[in-house]
Design a protein around this ligand. Sequence first.
Ligand code: HMG
Length: 389
Amino acid sequence: MSEVGIERIGFATPGLYMDMKDLARRRGIDPDKYTVGIGQSEQSVAPSSQDAVTLAAAAAKDALEGESLEGLDMILLGTESAVDASRAAAVYVKELLGLPDAVRCVEVKQACYGATAALFWALDYVSRRKDRKVLVIGSDVARYGLNTPGEVTQGAGAVSMLVSYDPKILAIEDDSVFMTAEVADFWRPLYSNCALVNGRYSTQIYLEFFSKLWERYKQKTGKGAKDFEAFLFHLPFAKMGLKALKEVLKEADDATFARLSKRFETSAAYSRRVGNIYSGSLYLSLLSLLEGQAMEPGSRIALFSYGSGAEAELFSATLKEGYLSRLYPERHLKMIEGRKRVTVDEYEHLFSDFPTSSPQDYACDKKYFSGPFRLVGVKDQQRMYEADE
Ligand code: HMG
């Protein structure tokens, strides 16, 4: 039987983080609200030199290391932190990676759902071309604004997935259910570099979409909670996924309840420390689960993708024999553990030091240069990027 899916997974996050207890104290809020009520312990902080392009390129480099580039036909980049209203961020990524010009580069936008749309287009593409590959990336910097209710749910990072025929990590099944409806739960007007959000309403819509799709999925496939080794969610914050999981746990026997609850905790471990990375968030849950917990090949995993505005998809995937040998858990843990802690003052300074939307030149602060790629600044209204030699 032909199978299509994920061959390699890469990850990147900025080299700085803020502790959520520090933020809570500064905002005069009980730290338990952030760490327990919301479920976030840390948040990656992006200096202006780290944006959707540099993070995507770093995650792509991570996935492609040691891989043959033979057959790589496309880069599809899901992001809602666009750096240009016309040019795709994927074009910059291709250039930073030094890839040959025989590659298609496109940006996909639909809030946090963008990378999932890209993933399904990539799966269709490789299913007809056994020797071709597509790199799918979800990359974002989540910004709500200083002293806003959404501030605790910010974050930054990217996840990349090399999609192929006969994949070595995960086969994606052809069992999706999906839906779209125009909803004003979260959006970002063109003038602003921060999102606007009807916060509690957005959590309601997320849960409504999940419940509807779970019902449809069960009807379509005849499967139920017990058929899954794990349930993965888009995680704007860890508690959100837990609320959705409760819908599934209502119908679970004791063993299923214990298994799905335990696997959920493993899947949320990276997100609790990195924060919301928007389009890459569901796939960060996937990486966190795969790298945090050995499972039997053939295990079935459910994935729920949600993008405000709003669009969602529920689908499943099965683990391939030998998948563990294709992962780099130590490298990714080191990436998270190795970040430098910033104070709330430093975070507030970095948050406010953002390229303006005026025609003026802008220089990023060299003090915060880190990672293999960075934005150096904006000159003559063009973004200037550089890569390590
Ligand atoms: P809020 O209104 O400040 O929080 O903002 P709250 O009052 O609703 O409290 C949150 C939880 O903390 C509650 O638990 C409280 O009980 C608990 P719950 O009832 O929900 O289980 N709590 C405490 N727990 C322990 N000790 C305490 C304590 N005090 C309270 N002392 C909100 C929360 C999420 C609304 C806000 O952070 C926000 O607006 N975030 C941004 C929006 C968001 O993340 N929405 C998620 C769904 S939409 C989505 O996922 C798409 C998205 O990723 C964007 C995209 O698609 O592009 C956002």
